[in-house]
Design a protein. Structure first.
Length: 77
């Protein structure tokens, strides 16, 4: 099941060959938590400050399902 992952500029460095224009399509077998996706992408958990799932605020424990769009960001300000 495919999901779309968008990463903010400060997090992109952890995912080689990330395409900022189209994001990343990730194929998962079963529903995953946001934390599992972060681990799968080798992104340090402390780097993720903001989580959005399909345009709504999410948490590390939120479940991501087939076709969902996840945005992970580190905001400085």
């Amino acid at each position: 099941m495919p999901i779309r992952v968008q990463l903010s500029p400060l997090i992109r460095k952890y995912v080689p060959h990330y395409d900022h224009a189209s994001g990343l399509q990730l194929i998962i077998d079963t529903p995953h938590s946001v934390e599992q996706i972060i681990e799968k992408l080798n992104i340090p958990r402390q780097e993720v400050i903001s989580i959005m799932i399909n345009g709504y605020p999410g948490k590390f424990s939120s479940t991501v399902n087939d076709g969902d769009s996840v945005t992970l960001a580190k905001v400085i300000g």
